[in-house]
Ligand binder design. Structure first.
Ligand code: IPM
Ligand code: MN
Length: 328
């Protein structure tokens, strides 16, 4: 039975980086004999203009039928696509590994994995405006916290067995206090510490090597992972996986970058490394490792986009990495 993959190219630089990444996906699937059935569907700002819906019914149907979704960045309608997919399929853990790549200038050495709760917090979309007052609800549940903490535990057990729980319980005493308490309970037996989110932002720049696994709520995770990606050398390199119990979605951490769209200069590595995470998730570590090795080789051989000091185009980087995998 083939794995059913739904590809959503997205907006801005999305189609370019996804095309480049798909070359790599096809090369890895061929080389390692992974049976993928790949379909493509529209979603995002362009879909909204064309069909009046950022997530058209046809795309939703294909997404429902897929085992895994491989998605580019979405523009202004991201909440209606990205968050919808996360919530609809209960992809409750957002895995964002942050690690330097050899040969890429970075602010500091960093090697950690963010496990970001992915369906609760202010992302539940409960916002109200009453006269001169605007209100957003921050929702944290015990069940939601326990299940994402269990994912953090699994990652810690594969790594240095250390988890930092990041929150702001000195202000949000009830809500963040609950997240902290439930998380700490679930992580018993590991080396666990906790940090306020403001201090965590500082520490991620000052001494990022102290972090192994970082477990945090949805919005803090959103903000801290952009920060951490930049510490590691740039947001163009940062992959992610949105994981549920039976389905998953893989996408770059970065956005649609309309300012550089269509120029062929967008870095496809974040999307390519997201493809590696996808292979890992379907149990094909061999293909995942080959992709990562090929990405490193490409950088080593100076086939890289301008954001990391190269002169190659988006598609040249994709093709080069695909070729390396074919020759492995
Ligand atoms: C991300 C993005 C999304 C988020 C937006 C586009 C809805 O910033 O995946 O980090 O806030 O989660
Ligand atoms: Mn973000």
């Amino acid at each position: 039975m083939p794995y059913k993959v739904l590809v959503i190219p997205g907006d801005g630089i999305g189609p370019e980086v996804v095309d480049a990444a798909l070359e790599v996906v096809y090369a890895a699937a061929r080389r390692f004999g992974v049976d993928l059935e790949i379909k493509t569907a529209e979603a995002g700002d362009v879909a909204l203009r064309k069909y009046g819906a950022a997530m058209p019914p046809e795309t939703l149907k294909l997404a429902d039928a897929a085992d895994v979704i491989f998605k580019g960045p979405i523009g202004e309608s991201a909440y209606d696509v990205t968050s919808l997919i996360r919530m609809r399929y209960t992809l409750y853990a957002n895995i964002r590994p942050v690690k330097n790549l050899p040969g890429v200038p970075a602010i500091r050495e960093i090697d950690c994995v963010f496990v970001r709760e992915n369906v609760e917090d202010v992302y539940v979309g409960a916002e109200y405006k009453v006269g001169d007052v605007a209100i957003a609800l921050k929702v944290i549940t015990g069940q939601g916290t326990r299940r994402v903490a269990r994912v953090a535990r699994r990652y810690a057990e594969m790594r240095r067995r250390k988890v930092t729980v990041v929150h702001k319980a000195n202000v949000l005493r009830v809500v963040d206090g609950f997240f902290r308490d439930v998380a700490l309970e679930e992580l018993r037996g590991l080396e666990v510490d906790q940090m306020y989110v403001d201090a965590a932002a500082m520490e991620l720049v000052r001494n990022p090597a102290r972090f192994d696994v970082v477990l945090t709520t949805n919005q803090y995770g959103d903000i801290l992972t952009d920060l951490a990606a930049q510490v590691a050398g740039g947001i163009g390199l940062a992959p992610s996986g949105n994981i549920g119990d039976s389905k998953a979605m893989f996408e770059p951490v970065h956005g649609a970058a309309f300012d550089i769209a269509g120029k062929g200069i967008a870095n496809p590595i974040a999307t390519i490394l997201s493809a590696a995470m996808m292979f890992e998730w379907i149990g094909r570590t061999d293909a995942a490792m080959a992709i990562r090795r090929a990405v490193e080789k490409g950088i080593e051989n100076n086939v890289k986009t301008p954001d990391i000091g190269g002169k190659s185009t988006t598609s040249e980087v994709g093709r080069y990495i695909a070729t390396i995998i074919e020759k492995l």
